[in-house]
Ligand binder design. Structure first.
Ligand code: HXC
Length: 521
């Protein structure tokens, strides 16, 4: 009996020893170095992200099988990545966190297998997966097996796309082809100062093109948020980034067949937005801040903007209306007069598809004079990019409510979720102007001859423009033709939109069966 006891103690002590080594990850010195760079270790990050005591680790004992290039006998704790599941606000999520203190968080064969296992479990269980990336990329010593590991991860990212939310936090380097797993996920959060993403680093760029650029200027958080549009959110420090993940998840369902989580609200459905009555400038060429409309209309404090700083002529974000999460899309008259350009089109189309995949109703606020003119736009493929917007809205089956605030001209009117492209409910403010083009441009074309022959062409143009404006630059022709369902008082917008959303809550919409569509990319 005593023998049995001591045998069990010895076995337990062996487990203790192994776990202690695994939990120490790269050891105190490397953890110290990590802290010195303002970064937490993988385990600390998971503690910060998940509900207390909710983490259940999977694959802690996994080790590399590599023997080449000095790997023989190397015992890399958890093979550089901590994987498992846990809870956020009581809801299950799967997680992986790369640990830079172990072989630079580099991805070898077994490190990749651990991530793949988490991806498989998350998909089968229908719950979100969150990746915390901090890695030197493919583990050089493991060569093609490391590359193979990435390929398997990319494939799973793609299979899971549109089924479960996939969120990535870039908390250290992410270089080379390694950036493509994050890029295949739904949302990327980057930590300012420490998170970096690039396909080829500064040294390669210098040798190939001669350009000199720092790591941060090349692929830091600000660059990827504002210049490339790769990142959706930027955080100051690990804590803040993980807080953003928790906030994001509060708007999202666990998977594509669940409804997003609702919350109790204390903001009345019929709260009037008195400020909206005075918001619209007399002169329709003057800008205003559409974010004021959004903040007033949605549940107080619930607007969570995404990709702020990129294509700011269009605003997107998550919000709640009557306690229920929605996706908000709005032209921003303050930037480029709210025109749609290539970057805004990409931003809009991807967000609409994200919302449609995860059962988030779409609320679109329209004030756009049209597509941004110019050779740069045409040569850059505004036709192809602009088509994505039409495609995304027409494809979406979630409830779609459109509010035309002011300008809705031509192709951009159609693109911004018009009735014909698939809006379920179109509301318009009295200030709405819905026509093929703006009064000035229209008068110049259709009255060209009479203006040219007039004694005073400028005066004739002014009168014709005024006449056109009176006849067409309002919502009542569209309302008379059934393309606008109601012209509403701006201050009552919240009430009307919530009523429409509630009425559409059980909406079911079908599209023809197909393998998948062919969105213009
Ligand atoms: C193996 C790596 C590694 C890697 C870092 N380490 N990256 N080991 N494979 N890819 C190890 C280092 O040898 C070092 O080990 C420890 O991690 C810490 O790295 P340091 O260089 O000391 O850290 P730091 O100075 O902070 O520099 C970080 C870094 C640098 C900028 C990320 O490590 C770096 O340039 N790494 C290589 C990046 C890269 O080119 N990766 C391949 C990308 S291509 P010791 O024991 O000395 O402490 C790719 C292809 C994917 O990933 C393709 C998918 C299709």
């Amino acid at each position: 009996m005593a023998n049995q006891e001591s045998n069990r103690d010895a076995k337990t002590a062996e487990l203790d020893r192994r776990l202690e080594r695994i939990h120490a990850m790269g050891g105190p010195e490397r953890v110290e170095r990590q802290h010195g760079q303002g970064k937490l270790s993988a385990r600390e990050r998971l503690q910060c992200l998940l509900d207390p005591d909710s983490f259940e680790e999977i694959g802690a004992h996994i080790e590399s099988r590599a023997t080449e290039l000095g790997m023989d006998g190397v015992r890399a704790a958890a093979d550089g990545v901590v994987t498992g599941c846990g809870r956020i606000d009581g809801r299950v999520v799967y997680v992986f966190a790369q640990d830079f203190t172990v072989l630079g968080g580099s991805l070898g064969e077994m490190h990749a297998v651990k991530i793949q296992r988490i991806q498989d479990l998350a998909l089968k269980s229908g719950v979100p997966i969150i990746g915390l990336n901090d890695s030197g990329g493919a583990r050089i010593q493991e060569g093609v097996d490391a590359l193979n590991g990435y390929g398997e991860i990319f494939k799973r990212n793609t299979w899971a796309s549109g089924v479960i939310p996939q969120i990535t936090v870039i908390m250290g380097p992410s270089a080379g082809g390694a950036v493509y797993s994050p890029a295949l996920t739904d949302l990327i959060i980057m930590v300012r100062g420490t998170g970096q993403m690039f396909i080829t680093g500064p040294e390669v760029i210098k040798s190939v093109t001669g350009e000199a650029v720092s790591q941060d200027a090349l692929g830091g958080a600000e660059t990827q948020l504002k210049k490339s549009g790769v990142a959706h959110l930027v955080a100051d420090g690990d804590d803040q980034a993980l807080g953003l993940v928790r906030r994001l998840l509060s708007y999202l369902p666990a998977n594509n067949v669940e409804e997003p989580p609702t919350v109790d609200i204390h903001d009345p459905y019929d709260r009037l937005g008195k400020n909206l009555a005075r918001l619209m400038p007399e002169d329709s060429a003057r800008p205003y801040d559409v974010k004021e409309v959004i903040e007033t209309v949605v549940d107080q404090g619930s607007f969570f903007e995404l990709q702020s700083g990129y294509a700011d002529n269009l605003v997107i974000g998550l919000a709640r209306m009557g306690g229920r999460p929605v996706g908000i899309i709005a032209n921003q008259p303050r930037v480029l007069a709210g025109t749609l350009d290539i970057n805004a089109s990409d931003k809009l189309a991807r967000f609409v598809r994200f919302c449609d995949a995860f059962n988030l109703a779409l609320v679109t606020l329209v004030d756009t004079p049209g597509y941004l003119p110019g050779t740069q736009q045409e040569f850059g493929g505004i036709i192809r990019h602009g088509a994505k917007v039409l495609y995304a809205y027409a494809e979406a089956v979630v409830p779609k409510v459109t509010v035309i605030l002011r300008k809705a001209y031509g192709g951009a009117y159609l693109a911004m979720c018009s009735r014909s492209v698939g809006s379920d409910w179109v509301l318009a403010w009295p200030s709405a102007e819905i026509a093929v083009m703006g009064p000035e441009g229209a008068a110049n074309i259709i009255f060209r001859e009479s203006i040219r022959q007039a004694k005073d062409p400028d005066e004739a143009r002014r009168l014709k423009t005024k006449d056109y404006r009176q006849r067409f630059a309002h919502p009542y022709v569209a309302a008379a033709h059934g393309q606008v369902d109601a012209v509403i008082y701006p201050e009552a917008t919240r009430h009307h939109v919530i009523r429409a959303l509630m009425a559409l809550y059980n909406k079911r919409d079908e599209r023809p069966a197909k393998r998948h569509g062919n969105i213009p990319l």
